[in-house]
Design a protein around this ligand. Structure first.
Ligand code: GNR
Ligand code: NI
Length: 171
């Protein structure tokens, strides 16, 4: 197991379209476990491989509350099969834009097809926070950040806040 450094904007690796995993093998299984460890340590409810500089379509999520049993989900080559429901706006954050939050409108329900760690095809039908998190992570695989869903004004305000925070931390 290993903790991996999380890339932050404006790292260009966050803007690439990630490559599909060709073979689900021990290397991918180990990467999934490192990603889960990194996500829990951050802490976050999701992590996509491009956020740790790995150019592959791999995602981990766990939206279980602190008092609940952990519920890690490992997704290889995830694809959105269908979205449904009225779009819902809710606050999002991203480990690649630390401490920045903004409301994002997304479909309320999603069906995702993916390969599990054994290489078997699976489907998840999700709503609520899990649906939002899956859409956020699959966006990362296509080089999309939650700020891309904001108006230009809100995106620029958020990026200024991030800059300011970084300048203050730098002293
Ligand atoms: O930890 C995270 N919280 C979160 C909250 C609302 C919507 C999406 C997320 S994902 C984020 C972790 C992250 O950056 N994953 O890519
Ligand atoms: Ni993110």
């Amino acid at each position: 197991m290993a903790l991996l450094p999380i890339l932050e904007v404006p790292d260009p690796r966050l803007r690439q379209k990630a490559r599909p995993v060709a073979a689900v093998d021990a290397r991918v299984a180990a990467l999934l476990e490192d990603m889960l460890e990194t996500m829990y340590a951050a802490p976050g409810i999701g992590l996509a491989a491009p956020q740790i500089g790995v150019d592959e379509r791999i995602v981990v999520v766990d939206v279980a509350a602190k008092e609940e049993e952990p519920n890690p989900i490992r997704l290889i080559n995830p694809e959105v099969v269908e979205t449904s429901g009225e779009p819902v706006e809710a606050e999002e954050g991203c480990l690649s834009l630390p401490n920045q939050f903004a409301p994002v409108k997304r479909p309320s329900q999603v069906t995702v097809r993916f390969l599990d760690e054994a290489g078997r095809e699976q489907r998840i039908e999700a709503d609520g926070l899990l649906a939002r998190c899956l859409l956020h992570e699959i966006d990362h695989l296509d080089g999309i950040l939650f700020t891309d869903h904001l108006s230009r004004l809100k995106r620029e305000m958020l990026m200024k806040k991030l800059d300011k925070q970084r300048r203050q931390r730098a002293g």
